[in-house]
Design a protein around this ligand. Structure first.
Ligand code: C2E
Ligand code: MG
Ligand code: MG
Length: 561
């Protein structure tokens, strides 16, 4: 069985002896052997006659033996004892050397922490398993396993606990695997397993993947912590209809893609590899490279969506929405690139550069016009986020009370304490905070009351259907009255036509935004719109009039709606 994890407690011993030293030792050993043989021959030759004489003389029955010969026999005995001890030493030395070699082999083949096969020795073991299984008309399934959020486990609990989690999970996986399986620690928090199975029992492999996931999800107990762990798992298997023999590297690669897919689909689950996953991954890595380039080349720009007071029809502000003018992909929606930038840990830089540009643009707008910016939940995990934002704001000279920060309900599930402290720091400086996409998450009334929000934004999924569906209509009505009860102004997102607008107007004092008032526009077009409405700051340079009055749809938009 190859799967067994073997802890390596001892470190390899080094003799510190060079090649020259080894040769000298070999010479000495030959000399010792020669001396021992000579001693044995001498002992047999002389000892046979001298020893009985010595014994008889001690018993007083004969003459004393020749002194020289007696000394020769004693010397002989000393030599024999010396030879015997040398033999024992040699035996011990060889045993130690063999053990050291075994340790060296294990260190080269095994992961020192978990005792699993390592990245170097694992794939050849899978290749061997594939060949053996083929002879027995069996297939080989390869599983890639990645611990979800392992970095956070390490960061929060320290590396010692992280190591404990890794060894515990390795043991749990091993316990679920059948005999003849291969278990490899690929690196970090990634494991690969390979196991033989009969093609018509693929569902058993599915069942085993489920059991591994279930077993691993039992919390890991540590002296100081109780750690919840989950894994994402990707699977693939050799093709029984193919003539070519699959390689371990290819199977690991495919299982890895399936595992990545499982992560994207929410973690703590398993997926079998499918070829289109590989295309998706290729597209994704092109996107990632594009985002990195785009950041360097300043391809991310702010667009602005009008926010209207529904009662008066006045333009009261803009929501900044990010756009990516990519050379390769064209104009890319934030719904595509923001989650990727979040995963790449680039959302902070991206958002900061956009906010800087937006504050710069907004400094040309009239004092009555506010600016809203969206903040990702990932940014709220950064304890320095409030300081960074305030720094950018003070640099720009934009008045804090005209800035509104939108956070989504999902932020509240992560760490309400941290979010509260960020929100409080921002509010202390006069920035307003709104709860975006309200209704799609699960914020409780107590959370709403305990966090000092300034506004609720009703998600567009409820608003767009208000005209048609009674239930959604009731929901919007309920959210508006909830806002009234909590003294929170409400904004309706996604007003697409006049009918929806009419329905909303009947609900009371609310603000609104949506395609009915126009699509989000770039900085220059926004500036032209404001200039036409005489809503540019006094200091801003004049622009040519191009657009209709505030809050009024353009001719195109009227037709479209
Ligand atoms: P959001 O903050 O809820 O923004 C509103 C989204 O709804 C925008 O999509 C907007 O174009 C779209 N929308 C507005 N009115 C209508 C309408 O009448 N009908 C329909 N069908 N859609 C409408 P967009 O610009 O694609 O942004 C999508 C989401 O991406 C935003 O949702 C926001 O969560 C996120 N986002 C945008 N920019 C940023 C940013 O700079 N940082 C972060 N973290 N997220 C951003
Ligand atoms: Mg928003
Ligand atoms: Mg929204």
């Amino acid at each position: 069985m190859i799967k067994g994890t073997q802890p390596l407690e001892k470190t390899i011993e080094t003799s510190g002896r060079g090649l020259g030293g080894a040769l000298k030792a070999a010479d000495r050993d030959l000399l010792t052997l020669g001396i021992a043989i000579a001693a044995v021959i001498l002992f047999v030759g002389t000892g046979g006659t001298i020893m009985p004489q010595i014994v008889r003389s001690w018993m007083g029955q004969g003459t004393a033996p020749d002194m020289l010969l007696t000394n020769a026999v004693l010397l002989n005995i000393a030599l024999l004892i010396f030879g015997w001890r040398r033999y024992n030493d040699l035996h011990k030395e060889m045993l130690e050397r063999r053990q050291a070699e075994e340790r060296a082999r294990q260190l080269a083949e095994r992961d020192p922490l978990t005792g699993c096969l390592n990245r170097r020795s694992g794939p050849p073991a899978i290749d061997a398993l594939i060949r053996k299984s083929r002879e027995q008309q069996q297939e080989v399934a390869v599983l890639m396993i990645d611990i979800d959020n392992f970095k956070q486990i390490n960061d929060l609990n320290g590396h010692r606990t992280g190591d404990h989690v890794l060894t515990t999970i390795a043991k749990r996986i091993e316990a679920e695997l059948p005999q003849d399986s291969v278990l490899i620690r690929i690196g970090g928090d990634e494991f690969a397993c390979a196991l033989p199975f009969h093609y018509h029992t693929r569902d058993r492999v599915d069942g085993m993947a489920d059991s591994i996931i279930a077993r691993v999800s039992t919390p890991v107990e540590d002296t100081e912590a109780h750690i919840e762990t989950t894994i994402s798992l990707g699977l693939t298997h050799t093709d029984p209809h193919s003539d070519t023999i699959a390689t371990a590297d290819r199977l690991i690669h495919c299982a890895d893609i399936a595992m990545y897919h499982a992560k994207k689909r929410g973690r703590n689950r398993h997926y079998w590899f499918e070829t289109q996953m590989e295309d998706e991954l290729r597209y994704r890595s092109e996107m990632e490279a594009g985002i990195r380039e785009g950041l360097k080349n300043d391809e991310f720009v702010p667009y602005y969506e009008q926010q209207i007071d529904l009662e008066t029809g006045d333009l009261v502000g803009f929501e900044m929405l990010a756009r990516w003018h990519s050379e390769k992909f064209g104009l890319v929606s934030p719904e595509i690139f923001i989650p990727i930038a979040e995963d790449m840990d680039l959302i902070g830089n991206l958002s900061e550069s956009l906010i800087r540009k937006a504050l710069d643009d907004a400094s040309e707008w009239a004092a009555s016009i506010s600016l809203s910016v969206n903040i990702s939940p990932v940014q709220l995990r950064d304890p320095w986020f409030a300081q960074k934002l305030l720094h950018i704001l003070f640099d720009s000279g934009f008045p804090p009370h005209r800035l509104e920060v939108e956070i989504t309900e999902s932020c509240l599930h992560e760490n309400v304490g941290a979010v509260r402290s960020i929100v409080t720091s921002l509010k202390n400086q006069g920035i307003r905070i709104s709860l975006d996409d309200f209704g799609t998450g699960y914020s409780s009334l107590s959370q709403l009351r305990s966090l000092p929000f300034d506004r609720l934004k009703i998600d567009r999924s409820f608003v767009t259907e208000i005209a048609a569906e009674e239930v959604s209509g009731e929901l919007v009505r309920a959210i508006v009255s909830l806002g009234k009860g909590l003294s929170l102004p409400v904004t309706a997102e996604g007003i697409e036509n006049g009918h929806v607008l009419e329905k909303l107007r009947g609900l009371g004092e609310i603000e609104g935004q949506g395609y009915f008032y126009g699509r989000p526009e770039d900085a220059a077009t926004t500036r032209e719109r404001l200039a036409a409405l005489n809503l540019l700051a006094k200091s801003a340079a004049p622009v040519r009039d191009k657009t209709g009055p505030a809050g009024q749809p353009t001719e195109d938009q009227r037709k479209a709606s």
